[in-house]
Design a protein around this ligand. Structure first.
Ligand code: NAP
Length: 485
């Protein structure tokens, strides 16, 4: 890679998913020397790892695109997973990123020493980089539930993010544990193919009636022929998300949240059997857990071969799942749609910052970052979609683009010789964290439910301010919040 800065700042990008591809493209444009490390054998991150039936994005497709690579050809309002994977592959190929990625070599450790990070991989590579961008994703490490007897199940059993496509499903008894976005998508995809579909629900979910729109060839052609029209449509979709959801999630008293609640309630009322309807009714407010969008979940769960089990799971036996009421639910296949360990971020990579401090120790009380991007004591280290960033059905592409723009401004200070080391001050980080936690009490996430948004103290580990505030913060770093050496 060519480089134009006198200080020869080299950047290590960890991960070649959505945010890693983005980072590589931008670094290339700026003429900054970089290497991309990817542990798998192809790009794609979450869209490579998740291949479960029904996989799709619950953020409208046109809002889930890079600002510099709009896609007039999305097939549906919510694009299917393989189409999204193909989009990222195409963007990476078109921008010459794929050929630059070091595939199949997992980064195992990062150690900061004298103005640079020593990076090591499982394959034995060692190199020095002045800055690191951790593009390692969020929903990455499967959460395998600690249910007694799980290992004794005689049929096929796998996590939703590790789908075993060699296992036949047609005409078989399939059970799914979980009722998050993943389980809902699997339910609607499999219901017509399997003999019996059993959904084990620990907590009911509010479900918004998702849009099943399929884009016509004429619409796609119109967007292809007129980029201005496409851009206008993208802006319109994003605006409606911002107005409809962003205010709702951070203000539990908002009109927008009431509207969401009303729509979810109306959707639930389409369930004909009153007993089933009540078992599907959550006991907390809509959007407290991540809102699920599905045009056909309630149809699927009302089909004759669908069984909704709400009795708690007692244990797994070789033949199936035994619930507390003593019933054995016999199954051939058991899917764990039980979510992810969401507090890992860049870990399990061993990250040792200034003065030998281990990130595991710095984060002993939970992941902490200044405005979601940087960590005190870990200089020249930038996280995309890191701790406490915006969640709540936003496009994580938009989040990553803004965070990268912010990080690049900080990296510029290394390039132009203003400093060799840069990290947020503990004071600025503590002040931000105190403000963030105070704002959390007004959000819907704190309104009385359990979700993966909450940290171990029950405080939302999210961006608890408005989307506009996030854009503002990412626009330009507040230099007084950083220590430059
Ligand atoms: P999730 O939302 O964390 O849901 C996990 C489910 O497993 C919950 O219903 C949970 O029940 C249940 N569960 C966990 N441990 C259990 C146990 N020991 N016994 C019984 N039930 C158990 O996970 P997810 O559905 O994979 O979704 C995670 C996130 O991924 C989503 O919120 C979304 O952000 C993202 N996602 C996005 C899309 C998309 O379209 N963009 C699609 C899929 C996923 P409780 O509710 O009782 O804890």
């Amino acid at each position: 890679m060519s480089t134009s800065d006198p200080n020869n700042v080299r950047v290590a990008v960890i991960g070649a998913g959505m945010s890693g591809i983005l980072t590589a493209i931008r670094l290339q444009e700026l003429g900054i020397e970089f290497s991309v490390f990817e542990k798998a054998d192809r790009i794609g991150g979450t869209w490579r790892e998740n291949t479960y039936p029904g996989l799709s994005c619950d953020v409208p497709s046109h809002a889930y695109t890079y600002s510099f690579a709009r896609n007039p050809d999305w097939s549906r309002w919510y694009a299917p997973g393989p189409e999204i994977q193909a989009y990222f592959q195409k963007v990476a190929d078109d921008n010459g990123v794929t050929e630059l990625v070091r595939f199949g070599d997992e980064v195992t450790s990062l150690e900061f020493d004298d103005g640079a990070w020593e990076l090591r991989t499982a394959g034995g590579y060692a190199g020095r980089f002045e800055a690191v961008v951790a593009a390692t994703g969020v929903l990455h490490h499967p959460n395998v539930p600690d249910i007694p007897g799980l290992e004794r199940f005689a049929g096929a059993c796998f996590h939703s993010a590790r789908w075993d496509h060699s296992v036949p499903l047609e005409g078989r008894r399939v059970g799914v544990i979980g009722t998050g976005s993943t389980a809902v998508q699997i339910t609607t995809a499999l219901i017509d193919d399997v003999e019996q579909f059993t959904l084990f629900q620990r907590t009911a979910q509010w479900i918004m009636p998702g849009d099943a729109k399929v884009f016509t060839d004429e619409e796609k052609a119109a967007y292809r022929d007129d980029p201005g029209k496409l851009e206008q449509f993208v802006a319109q979709v994003k605006d409606s998300m911002r107005v409809g959801i962003s205010q709702a999630v951070i203000d539990a008293d908002s009109v927008q949240l009431r509207k969401i609640e009303h729509l979810c309630e109306k959707n639930l009322n389409t369930v004909r059997d009153p007993e089933l309807r009540e078992r599907l009714r959550p006991t907390y407010r809509a959007a407290c857990k991540r809102l699920i969008f599905s045009p056909d979940f309630y149809d699927a769960i009302q089909k004759p071969n669908a069984v909704l089990v709400t009795d708690p799971i007692e244990r797994i036996e070789p033949e199936g799942v035994r619930t507390r009421d003593g019933v054995l639910h016999r199954l051939d296949v058991l899917v764990l749609a039980t979510g992810f360990q969401v507090d890992r971020f860049v870990r399990p990579i061993r990250v040792i910052g200034r003065d030998g401090v281990d990130l595991n120790d710095a984060w002993a009380d939970g992941p902490l970052a200044y405005i979601s991007v940087t960590v005190p004591g870990f200089p020249n280290f930038f996280m995309l979609n890191g701790p406490n960033g915006p969640v709540g059905n936003f496009s994580l592409i938009d989040v990553a683009e803004l965070q990268l723009n912010y990080s690049l401004q900080l990296i510029e200070a290394l390039r132009d010789g203003r400093c060799r080391e840069l990290s947020p001050t503990p004071e600025a980080t503590a002040a931000f964290e105190a403000e963030r936690r105070a704002a959390a009490s007004h959000t819907v996430w704190s309104s009385g439910c359990n979700s993966w948004y909450l940290d171990r103290d029950g405080v939302p580990a999210t961006w608890t301010f408005s989307w506009d505030r996030f854009c503002e913060e990412m626009n330009a770093p507040k230099w007084e919040a950083f220590s430059l050496r």
